[in-house]
Design a protein around this ligand. Sequence first.
Ligand code: THU
Length: 157
Amino acid sequence: MKEIELIIPVTSKSYEELDATERRLVDAARKAVDGSYAPYSNFHVGAAILLENGEIATGANQENVAYPSGTCAERSACFWAGANYPGVPFEMIAVAAVGTDGKPTPTPTAPCGACRQALLEYETLSGHHVPVLLIGAETIYRLPSVQSLLPLAFTEF
Ligand code: THU
């Protein structure tokens, strides 16, 4: 028997500690929250994806009275990017949220499992690691890749 330990590398930073590109993407993700339609959960999420062509694709969660028909911010952003800029690699992803109290979440918001899997597809297509910024009111977590968010992922068949 052999025990394998999986380590997820996370850097915790303040907004001031981010570089200019990271700040730009964090600002875009925070702004993207405004597009959230979340009358059922009152949890508003925004996502921003920097593309290799310099464009920033954004998305926000869109809920539906038939709950499973809604979609998360991350998938709305990455599917929009895939549909509008097919084949353009992703450079960086950021996620922000405003909680049910109407305030930016104090701790960073992390993508759900389905979004991790969807984002991983685009990281694979991009051909390189795509850093992820998970945004909280005071703290921002930076992960070096989507892969690091989804260890032991199903990648090919
Ligand atoms: N949600 C996202 O948009 N992204 C996440 O990473 C987690 C959850 C949405 C789905 C739903 O509209 C609301 O947040 C509450 O779960």
